[in-house]
Design a protein around this ligand. Structure first.
Ligand code: 13P
Length: 238
């Protein structure tokens, strides 16, 4: 079955990196039947759009503002991203929730702005290690999800990414059982079939097992999405 693979480059990359990385992954992006979304930092949108021409990969962003335009120095709006050919935007990533103090309400407003601009919102949710250890991971992630989904949400314009904070960039992946339990709970909660992604130390070694779990429709990949060989294996893992 077709899977969704999202690459989150975070604040990484350069023209030099793309000059070698994109030609290395282009062949697999041309022939894959999976849906691939690559989210580079904003300055590389234009180069990446050119480099991805002829492949099936889509352009995504890592953030946007809630308003369509205005006096918000340094910000980028959803309609601007859509104007550049962007098809999806990550919101509510734990790095933004923690480092930039983004609340559920702000995540919800950003997701609504993304929908209004005709793009897909990739809404991230996930518990910290204390919550996981306390046994309340599922309850807390469900509450976070309910508080982050705007009324404009449909199964066509939204992807939900479960990313346990303790698994991001740590090399610690949630166990297959933990992912299965959480995705089952998310599936029950959403009622409409919104695709569910897993993220957190996904690699070419574990992608196949994760992608074969029930209610795992794709993966959101950080570090491994910047390594050509590993990323190609993840794209063809399902
Ligand atoms: P890593 O794959 O590096 O753990 O990052 C996951 C992530 O935050 C993707 O959004």
């Amino acid at each position: 079955m077709k899977k969704i693979i999202v690459a989150n480059w975070k604040m990484n990359g350069s023209i030099g990196f793309m000059n070698t990385f994109i030609p290395a992954i282009a062949p697999i992006l041309t022939k894959t039947s999976n849906q691939i979304i690559i989210c580079p930092p904003f300055p590389y949108f234009s180069s990446l759009t050119t480099a991805l021409k002829g492949t099936k990969a889509q352009l995504g962003a890592q953030n946007c503002h809630t308003d369509p335009q205005g006096a918000f120095t340094g910000e980028v709006s959803a309609p601007m991203l859509a104007d550049l050919g962007c098809q999806a935007v990550i919101v509510g990533h734990s790095e933004r929730r923690i480092l930039f103090e983004e609340s559920d309400d702000l995540v919800k407003a950003k997701a609504a702005a993304i929908h209004a601009a005709g793009m897909t919102a990739i809404i991230c949710i996930g518990e910290n290690l204390t919550t996981r250890k306390s046994g309340h991971a599922i309850d807390s992630v469900i509450l976070q999800l309910q508080a982050s989904l705007p009324p404009s949400t449909t199964s066509q314009n939204t992807l939900i990414a479960y990313e346990p904070i303790w698994a991001i960039g740590t090399g610690l992946t949630a166990s297959l059982q933990e992912i299965t339990e959480m995705h089952h709970a998310l599936h029950q909660t959403t009622k409409i079939p919104i695709p569910l992604l897993y993220g957190g130390s996904v690699t070419d070694q574990n992608a196949k097992d994760i992608l074969s779990l029930p209610h795992v429709d794709g993966v959101l990949v950080g570090g491994a999405s910047l390594k050509a060989e590993a990323f190609c294996k993840i794209v063809s893992a399902s």
